[in-house]
Design a binder for this molecule. Structure first.
Ligand code: BG6
Length: 521
């Protein structure tokens, strides 16, 4: 565990000289990154551009090696060309020829399938060659950007080919994209497969929401300020709404998405992580162990509603209009079975059984093809206990709110009542905004930049531990089982909602039961 850093003149007269100073850029040492599934959308849109952005920011060693592994008949140059295109199209930072040229020198490609021993032997040779020619020091990170059904095979191949075994004081790490299993049982099995080959400290489970600046800012907002803590509890908070709305449909991801659905895709991970960061107690430090321990306490304190029919909602988008364009319904998307039961919208009411949150509902919702893309965590406060105004004067006063705007309009909003100028004492809601773009000159790194660097320097706090993954499945499993039972016994299908709307009526009804409404975004 890293010692807790205590800033201040007494302890560290010149913080820039203090090796523990976290403002110093962390630079990865000699290493190579091997990406499995390098032809997929994630690699092209996020992973390869993130590698370039890190190189461009001077955070990768000059000797860095990048190895792609996929079922394509490509030479090294072909993969370099694909990477170049991905960087040109998706990198966050400006293109610089010298940075690209240096990176391209370490680019290699290994063609092959996951059950092909020879391909993995060839990957081992390629890495050996990189170690020798570029000085990557035998430090290798293996990134599994492949469908989960292939995880066990790849992991076993890494062992068989000797790639999982560090030599001397080098390291080997494995990075796993979600979903980590599809329920508690499968997550445990998968974990056993991983641990058979890699020790826990070498396993990095990605939840890319934790790599977002605005998500990490939840910790800064809560624990660097004294303004919010006194009201961050059941005495002042009426309820919490966590929304992750997307305007996109499933695009070309039918193969992955159908049969998985919104709850397993993002509620089990991104939304529950947002809840955990919002509801947890202050960790003794931001070290991996301390941070994860606090999140786990919250996840283990979550209580499901007794009436899962009333307090969950499940929807599927139908055809509709979005941004002036007519879009097809889920069942008409390419690759989707015409009778698919997969939900593209999920909402649930949860409670956190702790002294801080007893009785405060947390409403979570997520969906595709909703009105607009927006992710936020909103704390809605109780009304003032007494209003010394005429009822008409406060007719337009809502509840105070603190909204952490995760994306795309990144910032924080506080909503409160203010007097409307004029002779009467009329009070109306106004907002006070902090916007990243106005307060900071630097743009936020992409989540994958941050997470990839953390893997390469071996910094684990932003990666969920197996316990968190299991606790999250334990929350979701009863909901999924309930939905499956209703579908089998009563032929209940997900409620349709028109694309471009804000979800199914059942989600509105769920809030109405508690006398509340979803925030209009
Ligand atoms: C992924 C989900 O984890 O997150 C996708 O699998 C979803 O279905 C994506 O579209 C959203 O990520 P972001 O960063 O665009 O909010």
């Amino acid at each position: 565990m890293r010692p807790r850093s205590v800033p201040g003149p007494e302890r560290s007269p010149n913080p820039l000289r203090d090796p523990r100073d976290r403002r110093l850029p962390r630079v990865a040492g000699p290493c190579a990154l091997v990406i499995f599934g390098v032809t997929g959308d994630l690699a092209r849109g996020k992973l390869l551009p993130a590698v370039y952005d890190l190189a461009n920011r001077g955070l990768l060693p000059p000797s860095f090696g990048l190895v792609g592994f996929a079922r394509r008949d490509w030479a090294h140059e072909d993969f370099a060309q694909v990477t170049y295109q991905a960087v040109k199209e998706h990198a966050r930072t400006p293109f610089r020829e010298d940075v690209w040229r240096q990176l391209a020198e370490g680019v290699r490609f290994v063609p092959g399938q996951f059950d092909d021993d020879a391909a993995f032997d060839s990957a081992a040779k390629t890495l050996e060659e990189l170690d020798a020619s570029r000085g990557t020091g035998g430090n290798h990170a293996f990134y599994l950007s492949v469908p989960p059904k292939f995880f066990p095979r790849v992991v076993q191949q890494l062992r068989r080919s000797g790639l999982s075994e560090p030599v001397g004081d080098s390291w080997r790490r494995i990075v796993v994209e979600k979903p980590f299993g599809h329920d508690l049982t499968s997550a445990r099995k998968l974990n056993a497969v991983m641990h058979d080959v890699f020790p826990e400290e070498s396993v990095f489970r990605i939840d890319h929401y934790l790599g977002k600046e605005t998500v990490q800012n939840i910790l800064a907002l809560r624990f660097a300020n004294s303004l919010f803590e006194p009201v961050w509890n059941r005495r002042y908070v009426d309820h919490v709404q966590i929304t992750m709305a997307e305007d996109i449909g499933i695009g070309g991801r039918a193969g992955y998405y159908d049969g998985i659905g919104a709850a397993r895709d993002v509620l089990q991970n991104h939304l529950l992580q947002l809840l955990a960061l919002t509801a947890m107690e202050e960790p003794v430090s931001f070290d991996a162990r301390a941070l994860r321990a606090e999140k786990e306490k919250v996840l283990s304190a979550i209580r499901l509603p007794a009436d899962l029919d009333a307090y969950t909602a499940r929807g599927q988008y139908a055809a509709g209009w979005q941004g002036g364009v007519q879009v097809p319904g889920y069942l008409d998307e390419q690759g989707i079975a015409p009778d698919s039961q997969t939900e593209t919208y999920a909402a649930v009411r949860l409670e956190v059984d702790t002294r801080r949150w007893a009785g405060v509902p947390f409403y979570l919702r997520t969906g595709k093809r909703l009105g607009r893309r927006v992710t936020e965590v909103a704390l809605i406060f109780q009304r003032a206990p007494h209003l010394p105004f005429d009822a008409t004067e406060t007719a337009e006063l809502g509840q105070n709110a603190l909204v952490m705007r995760i994306q795309p309009d990144e910032g924080v909003t506080v909503r409160f009542g203010s007097k409307v100028p004029g002779a009467a004492m009329e009070v109306r809601d106004v907002t006070m905004d902090f916007a990243y773009g106005e307060s900071f000159t630097e743009t936020s790194p992409e989540a994958y930049e941050r997470l990839m660097l953390d893997v390469l320097v071996g910094d684990p706090p932003l990666f969920p531990r197996q316990e968190e993954v299991e606790l999250s499945w334990a929350i979701l499993d009863p909901i999924e089982e309930h939905w499956a039972r209703r579908a089998a016994e009563q032929r209940v299908r997900p409620d349709p909602y028109p694309a471009g709307s804000w979800g199914p009526l059942s989600a509105e009804a769920m809030m109405a039961l508690d006398g509340r409404v979803w925030r209009r975004l």
